[in-house]
Design a protein around this ligand. Structure first.
Ligand SMILES: [Zn+2]
Length: 592
């Protein structure tokens, strides 16, 4: 349903027409090789025991290289941690793959585009579920579950809808040894699975509004370039489907849901988004209109659709005969009232959000997870434990560490203590950093003597602080909130700095190439968008294009709800070949 997912795949298709970046190609190859060779990409992508020369040599990389050379001598006594070996700014695709694999977020399988969500990422999904369930329950939305399969007849009932999805529907044609008489579609979205039921369920205006939601998986098979979380053949989401008496009531809900989606991004994932409406060219197949959240990946200067909430209008109601009698009509005794078609919405939020979060916050050491969705918010690493240390002293230190843990757990902090023997402190630090734990507490004999713990924030590399042991129950929660806020602020400032107003076509492509998304006065028509896409691809005459930058054309991301200024009368569309009047500021950009 969500255009988010819908468009993911179409943009994939478009990309392949307009020239794919080499980076995407690489990722695809790795994955497909993996599938065919039974070599997991975790292995094939394993960073290589020999860091590239041009890599800026970070300390941990040096030690990594060293320790792997010495590995044969030392073996298990001093395990070597192989960190992230490529830089986010130099090769985002490779970086992304390493970060999610080594951060144990996700694992590849032998089916390209189908992934294993490891506990670290699934936990984030659970936080999202619980946050969103709380909000929609207040709106009287009820959770339910519909079957995975849809009959072909049902799937085809809304014309635009099936046209939009036809290319990527997976079909079941056999059951056991028998060929099915009628093949069954694996749901790409559930409008057509649910609305026959809605037609039965909604008997009178008193049955409205009907508000149902399901948390499930959907399958969209056809696309060329899977990318973990962002574009996958099977993904998890929630899909809400509601029916209302009036357009006004439906419209109000569409925006309310969009606000909740924005809250998931901003309040939980610390990811800034721009709210807006899709142009006709980019809206959901079968929708009356589509509202959207648009995110931004600064390291490549590309937009990314974050979530969508659609008003379906009465299109599906007409196809599935979902009607009620007009309660306001004056009728004589025995005379039938007119039938009114209901107004419907559908809205979806997917696991793509986790990928967006990773892409925005992670750094060259690995993941950075915002505290509110981190499975482990705080790790306590005992330090200063030496081989010479008496067992009793060691035990005393560990007991104190355990008290710290208890104090934090008492105030609902999710905490781990790293007592692993045989791993040096540097290894442990790097390991937890790679996994993105937002706050590390170090505690050793020296700290104990001073009555403090040493703090190290994951989002601020190298900055250390101290908290008196007696205050950790109050100070650690505060510090976690500060980390959450400052992660959001940093990302938000960066996004704002890369949303540029462009009034002249001459500035359009150069501004895009500077890794921005742009706001332009636009006519919002489909033909004009196609033209812009064509004219903003990398091979435009006279335009220098960075070989590493995507050369794909720009598409409209949204008509932002918050317009930078009013469009003055007589303002022309930014596209000089168009000639029409501009009606709105539209955000354009290269996009995932
Ligand atoms: Zn135009």
């Amino acid at each position: 349903m969500s255009t988010s997912e819908k468009r993911q795949s179409t943009s994939g298709k478009r990309m392949s027409q307009s020239g794919i970046e080499p980076k995407m190609e690489t990722m695809k190859l790795t994955e497909e090789q993996a599938a065919s060779s039974n070599n997991t990409p975790a292995e094939s992508a394993k960073p290589t025991e020999k860091p590239k020369k041009q890599d800026k040599e970070r300390k941990d990389q040096k030690s990594t290289a060293k320790s792997s050379q010495q590995q044969s001598k030392k073996k298990a006594e001093e395990p070597a941690l192989i960190g992230i070996t490529c830089s986010k700014s130099e090769d985002l695709s490779e970086w992304y793959q390493q970060v999610i694999l080594k951060g144990e977020m996700l694992e590849f399988t032998d089916i390209p585009g189908c992934y294993i969500y490891q506990p670290a990422s699934y936990r984030i999904w659970e936080f999202i579920q619980s946050f969103f369930n709380d909000r929609i329950r207040k709106m009287k939305v009820k959770n339910c579950y519909f079957p995975l399969f849809i009959t072909e007849a049902n799937l085809q009932r809304e014309k635009d809808h099936i046209e939009g999805f036809a290319a990527e529907v997976a079909w079941v044609t056999e059951g056991g040894k028998n060929k099915l008489e009628k093949r069954l579609a694996v749901r790409p979205t559930s409008e057509t699975a649910m609305y026959s039921f809605y037609s039965k369920k909604i008997r009178s205006h008193r049955d409205l509004p009907l508000k149902m939601n399901q948390w499930n998986n959907v399958v969209r098979w056809e696309f060329k370039h899977p990318m973990p979380f962002l574009r996958s053949r099977e993904f998890l989401w929630q899909e809400g489907h509601t029916a209302h008496m009036t357009e006004e009531e439906a419209g109000k809900e569409v925006l309310e849901i969009l606000d909740h989606y924005a809250a998931i991004y901003e309040d939980l994932l610390a990811v800034p988004v721009v709210k807006g409406k899709k142009t006709i060219a980019e809206q959901f197949p079968g929708a009356h209109y589509t509202t959207t959240l648009e995110g931004f990946i600064p390291s490549v200067g590309r937009g990314i659709q974050a979530a969508t909430s659609h008003c379906l209008g009465q299109h599906f109601a007409k196809m599935f005969d979902i009607t009620v009698e007009d309660p306001n009509q004056q009728v004589k005794d025995g005379q039938a009232r007119d039938k009114l078609h209901v107004w419907q919405n559908s809205w979806g939020f997917t696991t793509r959000s986790i990928g967006v979060m990773v892409l925005i916050h992670g750094d060259d050491k690995g993941l950075i997870i915002p505290p509110r969705v981190a499975e482990v918010q705080v790790v306590i690493v005992p330090v200063g434990v030496t081989a010479k240390m008496a067992d009793a002293d060691k035990q005393k230190l560990y007991d104190e560490v355990d008290k710290l843990r208890q104090t934090l757990e008492d105030v609902d902090i999710r905490v781990e203590c790293d007592y692993r023997e045989g791993y040096n402190v540097g290894y442990k630090f790097n390991d937890w950093e790679m996994k993105g734990v937002p706050l590390r507490l170090e505690f050793g004999p020296k700290d104990a003597a001073k009555g403090i713990v040493t703090t190290s924030r994951r989002d601020q590399s190298g900055s250390k602080g101290e908290i008196p042991v007696s205050d950790i129950g109050s100070e650690v929660p505060k510090l976690l909130e500060e980390i959450q806020k400052s992660m959001y602020q940093k990302a938000s400032d960066e996004y704002a700095a890369h949303r540029k107003i462009v009034r002249d076509w001459a500035d359009f492509v150069p501004t895009l190439n500077d890794k921005n998304v742009i706001l332009v006065p636009h006519c919002t028509t489909e033909d004009c968008e196609d033209q812009i896409k064509k004219d903003s691809t990398g091979n435009v005459e006279g335009q220098e294009v960075d070989v590493r930058a995507p050369s794909m054309g720009a598409k409209s991301l949204c008509i932002p709800a918050e317009q930078p200024e009013e469009i003055k009368e007589g303002t022309k569309c930014v596209n000089p070949k168009c000639g029409k009047e501009a009606v709105k500021w539209v955000m354009f950009g290269r996009s995932y």
